[in-house]
Design a binder for this molecule. Structure first.
Ligand code: NAD
Length: 500
């Protein structure tokens, strides 16, 4: 198989950059190297940020209607290239093609929300708040924004950020995951084809050296980060210390509570899709089922049936439900945690450890795994597994379930399956989690709302995309104005100005 050279996208075109380091990119289904990625260095960072700064000054002054013309065109191009983007995602991430196309679709929703920016950005005006005085407010771009993104959504997560940053008049520098960087290069080309001026959207590849450079560089005004909790914490602490606005979304351990009154077939269908879709590598994957009372036995049996029926294989092939995990290290982590859980007394109801996929002996595959009777002291409960493992925790009451969830350090997403509106309402009001599904297992908010968790799942004040995204990428200004008639000298006072 040929190995593709993957460049940066700096100031309007592909560039190999100054940095001499390269990193291999793998196809996780075959285990083979498919790409050689140029890793940026300090000189590449400086060049990229200088281009971004210059572009931000011009783009921020460009009329909203001209900016929207680019956004609308970009929307059409992403839509038209959905399958191309999906193919790049599958080749480097491993998720099945239909799931990859679904990721592009959810990213497109944010582009569409950004296309409404003239409406969203409208300011506020108070006529005659005091005699002869009007007050109005509006928002302006922050300047240069950097987006640092994880491997698990190589298109959707950059599209959570860039369309809003760009529509509001900023320049955006993307530092994608080094594991699956190719889709970001197609996004860059589509921005260019849509008419975006050079330097407004750039892609700089690299590892922690580039990330730390972005967090501390004077030319960067704001950082949007999505990734694991330890890195999110580091990003938030470092960039805020350097005077930047930061939103840093971290990891997750998402629980779904299943009440005894729930439809246990429906719950099992949804839980297995939410736990094993994308091999469990979603920040909103359900990794813990909290079975309440006598829901447990039937739920475990049902989920076990669903897990055994999943076809695992190369995500490019028809009929495959689930692809590989991202790296051999991820696979090792999943196997280790399952084995430790078994040793600590969990029941392995479905065991994916020995899965072999025909013709893909070198691929990074783990089969769907269901662990029953998991305790909160086991690593299978404590760690974010980020693989196709569903842990079942048994509790007696809804109150117990809420206690378990609230004691967990993460607070990204959660769900409840029930036929009781009262149980659902109690749950949604009491859990310390940012996104909640009621009979919906993966409650990723639509683009008109914002996405974000609580506790160790988000560091910073504003959630991502939706109205919070617009606030994050803009700064407010409030104008207080007086236009007195000629020779009207009234109003001056040594006292603190009052609104009379
Ligand atoms: P990661 O934290 O390893 O990497 C994320 C980004 O940080 C990458 O661009 C990477 O290059 C960079 N990075 C890695 N190590 C770094 C370091 N030491 N210093 C500075 N930068 C560093 O995450 P990942 O493995 O790519 O993605 C999976 C994680 O992301 C999971 O924990 C998942 O829950 C989380 N995630 C969260 C959300 C959310 O919305 N909360 C969404 C998607 C993924």
């Amino acid at each position: 198989m040929s190995i593709t050279e993957i460049n940066h996208w700096i100031n309007g075109g592909e560039a190999a950059g100054h940095g001499s380091a390269r990193q291999d990119v793998f196809n996780p289904a075959t285990g083979k190297v498919s790409g050689s990625l140029h890793m940026g260095d300090a000189e590449d960072l400086q060049k990229t940020l200088e281009a971004a700064r210059a572009a931000a000054d011009v783009w921020g002054e460009t009329s909203l209607s001209k900016r929207m013309a680019v956004l609308f065109k970009f929307r059409e191009l992403v839509h038209a290239h959905t399958q191309d983007l999906a193919a790049l995602i599958t080749a480097e991430h491993g998720k099945v093609l239909s799931d990859a196309a679904g990721e592009v679709g959810r990213g497109l929703e944010v582009v569409e929300f950004a296309c409404a920016m003239p409406q969203t950005l409208k300011g506020e005006y108070t006529d005659q708040i005091a005699t002869g005085i009007d007050v109005y407010s509006f928002r302006q771009p922050v300047g240069v924004v950097a987006g640092i993104t994880p491997f698990n959504f190589p298109v959707m997560v950059p599209l959570w950020m860039a369309p809003l940053a760009i529509a509001t008049g900023n320049a955006f520098v993307l530092k994608p995951s080094e594991r699956d960087p190719s889709a970001s290069m197609l996004l860059a080309k589509l921005w260019k084809d849509a008419g975006l001026p050079d330097g407004v959207f750039q892609v700089l590849h690299g590892d922690k050296e580039i990330v730390n450079g972005l967090l501390t560089h004077d030319l960067v005004d704001a950082i949007s980060f999505v990734g694991s909790t330890p890195i999110a914490k580091h990003v938030h602490e470092t960039a805020t210390r350097h005077g930047k606005r930061v939103q840093a979304l971290g990891g997750a351990k998402n629980h779904a509570v299943v009440m005894p009154d729930a439809d246990l077939d429906l719950a099992a269908d949804h839980l297995s899709a939410a736990a094993f879709g994308s091999a469990g590598e979603r920040c909103m994957a359900i990794s813990v089922a909290v079975a309440v009372g006598d829901a447990a036995d039937k739920l475990v049996a049902n989920v076990g049936d669903r897990a055994r029926a999943i076809t695992v294989g190369n995500g490019t092939q028809e009929g495959v439900d689930m692809g590989p995990v991202i790296t051999p290290a991820s696979k090792e982590r999943v196997l280790r945690i399952v084995t430790e859980a078994e040793q600590d007394g969990a029941v392995v109801v479905v065991d994916g450890r020995d899965l072999a996929v025909e013709g893909h002996a070198e691929g990074f595959f783990v089969g769907p795994t269901v662990l029953d009777r998991v305790k909160d002291t086991m690593t299978a409960y404590e760690e974010e597994i980020f693989g196709p493992v569903l842990a079942v925790v048994r509790v007696e009451t809804l109150e117990d379930a809420i206690r378990v969830i609230n004691a967990n350090p993460y607070g990204n997403g959660t769900a409840i399956f029930t036929a009781s509106g009262h149980a659902a309402r109690t749950f949604q009001r009491q859990v310390t989690v940012g996104m909640i599904g009621v009979n919906v297992p993966v409650p990723v908010p639509a683009a008109q709302h914002s996405f974000g968790g609580w506790k160790d799942s988000l560091f910073g004040d504003l959630h991502i995309y939706g109205p919070d995204g617009v606030r994050f990428y803009t700064r407010g200004k409030v104008i207080t104005q007086r236009w007195p008639a000629e020779n009207d000298l009234s109003g001056a006072s040594m006292n603190f100005p009052s609104n009379a």
